[in-house]
Design a protein around this ligand. Structure first.
Ligand code: GLA
Length: 409
């Protein structure tokens, strides 16, 4: 069973590489009858700690991963936008026009939304033939949506000389997600996939947008990503509900303290004023946010002192809080963390991203990665009834142009 599972993962990964190397340009050629002129890549991301913090103006610690979205593109002369994907069958051909609205739930709404924002902000565009390919598992909470938004925005900016800075592109991509797609996300995902750096975590202040790229210092540990493979049906509406709840908490606190964000106060101050929040659920949500923000500060110190066991302790505490106070975990993510806690080769583990399914991460001793994978799969299968996917991930660079689509092994 396990042998078969590993084999499948291996074959899939190998296929991806072969597909990248040999097929992206060929596929483009087949679809559009011409060569792709440019190729771009934007990664996905994981967040090491600081969850549901970005829209509360606090500190987060994401990093870009090596899975991501590829975009091959050529301008055309007939003023059409043509969207194709190697992941999805649905496609769209739409003429260049004054503006666009979201059509259905299809994947191409993400690049369409980016085009809408370029036009809305007064940037002239021309027709483009575009082929997308992503190797981020869809709906896994690894930011496939931020990845496709940012790769499109980056490509348009280069191709049309729109002169946006990278930070402006990040903000534009976030507006697309908030207003065109309709998810009230914070800025973390778009920021991480744009500014990510190889082997670095980004310490980002989501209020000021100041950030530092810090050595990820995992020592003899690797970052394991464990995908629950649970379909995330209600994730968007539940996410927006949490944003509302934080808003309600902030409004209550503002009766007596002059703050703009929940993360403007630390746990001690929160304890002093928490009586202002009379709804028990809202109180739990706010407590998670304030304590999690304090945990990120401690995690940054732990990382800079190479204190991986303290970093791991904070990861577990973060997970417990997301499970009990913020209530965005679920039995699938909990099972992965429960198992990890029993494995002495794991420094720490937690859910990452919005929650409600998606992925967990674990810091696992490199030499024990295979046994960890085997055991976590077994534990999860017994509890949940199907198997998760386990990846060992590298921390990669942010968005950029690919001079060649050939990917190094
Ligand atoms: C999603 C959102 C982010 C962030 C995380 C939770 O990934 O897109 O903005 O809020 O959830 O930390």
């Amino acid at each position: 069973m396990y042998v078969l599972h590993f084999l499948l993962i291996f074959v899939a990964a190998t296929n991806y590489k072969i597909l990248m190397k040999n097929s992206l340009h060929k596929e483009f050629n087949k679809l559009f009858n011409k060569e792709a002129e440019n190729a771009y890549f934007s990664p996905g991301r994981v967040n090491l700690i600081g969850e549901h913090i970005d829209y509360n103006g606090g500190l987060v610690m994401p990093c870009a991963i090596t899975f991501g979205t590829y975009l091959l593109v050529s301008p055309n002369e007939d003023g059409m936008f043509r969207f194709r994907s190697l992941n999805f069958e649905d496609k769209l051909d739409i003429p260049l026009q004054a503006g666009y609205t979201k059509t259905g739930e299809s994947w191409f709404n993400y690049p369409l939304g980016v085009i809408e924002y370029f036009l809305k902000e007064g940037h002239p565009l021309r027709g483009l033939d575009m082929l997308f390919y992503g190797d981020i598992p869809i709906s896994s909470g690894l930011s496939s949506s931020a990845s496709i938004e940012v790769v499109t925005a980056f490509a348009l900016n280069e191709l049309m000389d729109s002169n946006y800075t990278k930070l402006e592109l990040v903000k534009l991509a976030k507006s697309v997600e908030n207003n065109f797609i309709g998810v009230n996300c914070g800025i973390m995902d778009q920021f991480a996939v744009a500014f990510g750096e190889k082997d670095k975590a980004l310490m980002l202040n989501c209020d000021t947008l100041d950030y530092q790229a810090v050595d990820s210092n995992l020592g003899d540990h690797v970052l394991a990503i464990i995908n629950t493979n649970k379909p995330r049906k209600l994730a968007e509406s539940k996410y927006n509900e949490r944003v509302q709840e934080c808003h309600a908490a902030l409004t209550a606190l503002k009766q007596q303290i002059d703050i703009n964000n929940l993360c403007d106060i630390d746990t001690a101050t929160f304890n002093k004023y928490s009586h202002l929040i009379t709804d028990a659920i809202i109180l739990k949500r706010a407590r998670h946010v304030v304590e999690e923000n304090d945990r990120v500060k401690l995690a940054a110190i732990a990382l800079s002192n190479n204190n991986l066991s303290e970093f791991g302790r904070l990861m577990y505490a973060s997970h417990d809080s997301l499970r009990d106070l913020y209530e965005v975990s679920g039995k699938e993510l909990d099972a992965i963390v429960e198992y990890s806690k029993t494995d002495t080769n794991v420094a720490g583990a937690r859910m990452t991203g919005a929650g409600f399914g998606g992925c967990a991460i674990a810091l696992v001793k490199q030499s024990a990665f295979d046994s960890y994978s085997k055991n976590v799969i077994e534990y999860y299968k017994d509890k949940i009834g199907y198997i998760p996917s386990v990846y060992s991930s590298l921390i990669g660079d942010g968005v950029g142009e690919l001079k060649s689509v050939v990917i190094e092994d």
